[in-house]
Design a protein around this ligand. Structure first.
Ligand code: PGA
Length: 249
């Protein structure tokens, strides 16, 4: 049995004060939720506040991105080591918004992934096709390219420390969720890729999260699929009550 993971990606929302207020409401609602790993990914400026507010709970904090160099003249970047210093345990890498708006490529995803692993962070690596790609029947081809690109020269041991998130771009923030079957098909395909590239043991231990308009009213259907090991939640993770309902699916 793979342990479920419910992760919230706050994107560019919430100040430090908002973050503390969120945890004050959220933690009592998940105090007895021991059935899954709970992760919250606030913006960089609120990481330390989130770590402080989550202390003593089972909730861990992740960053939404990180750079591969340790330090240097890279204005605006934050290194994986700096993220670790805030008390974060994980980092999201290759989110489609970074690929779309900030020039993230499979190569940069691979570099960031290796830096994150070297720093001891648990990476949540995101992959997923656009609507045009799905309509042209390219979903599997795109997933394969992103999978192979992200995991270039990764060892099996390193691979066992990552979480994979399947996020069809057309379902993010649009209110359009992939049907549970559609998501499960992509998850199955990703697991096949993991088996080919690594081993069947590693593939069956891999936790694959679904992301894209996950809400309190569709989480159960998604989690009922054996292939779906959790969720990466954007909009619905901003409200303590709604995120707690998702955690307590
Ligand atoms: P959404 O975002 O839940 O708001 O669609 C998901 C994500 O981008 O991770």
């Amino acid at each position: 049995m793979r342990r479920p993971v419910i992760a919230g990606n706050w994107k560019m929302y919430k100040t430090q004060a908002d973050t503390r207020a969120f945890f004050e409401r959220f933690l009592p609602l998940v105090a007895s939720s021991t059935h899954c790993d709970i992760v919250v990914a606030p913006p960089f400026t609120a990481l330390a506040a989130a770590v402080g507010a989550a202390r003593g709970s089972t909730v861990t904090v992740a960053a939404q991105d990180g750079f591969w160099e340790k330090e240097g003249a890279f204005t605006g970047q934050v290194s994986m080591g700096m993220i670790v210093e805030t008390g974060c345990k994980g980092v999201i890498i290759g989110h489609s918004e970074r690929r779309q708006f900030f020039g993230e490529t499979n190569e940069t995803v691979n570099k960031k992934l290796k830096a994150a692993l070297a720093a001891g962070l648990r990476p949540i690596v995101c992959v997923g096709e656009t609507l045009a790609e799905r309509e042209m029947n390219l979903t599997h081809a795109v997933l394969e390219k992103q999978f192979e690109g992200a995991f270039v020269s990764l060892t099996g041991d390193e691979f066992s420390r990552i979480l994979l998130a399947y996020e069809p771009v057309w379902a993010i923030g649009t209110g359009r969720t992939a049907t549970a079957e559609m998501a499960a098909d992509s998850h199955r395909y990703l697991r096949e890729l993991a088996q080919k590239r690594f081993t069947s043991e590693r593939a069956s231990a891999l936790r694959i999260l679904y992301g894209g308009s996950v809400k309190p009213d569709n989480i159960r259907g998604l989690m009922a699929q054996v292939e779906i090991d959790g969720a990466l939640v954007g909009g619905a993770s901003l409200d303590a009550q709604s995120f707690a309902s998702i955690v307590n699916f």
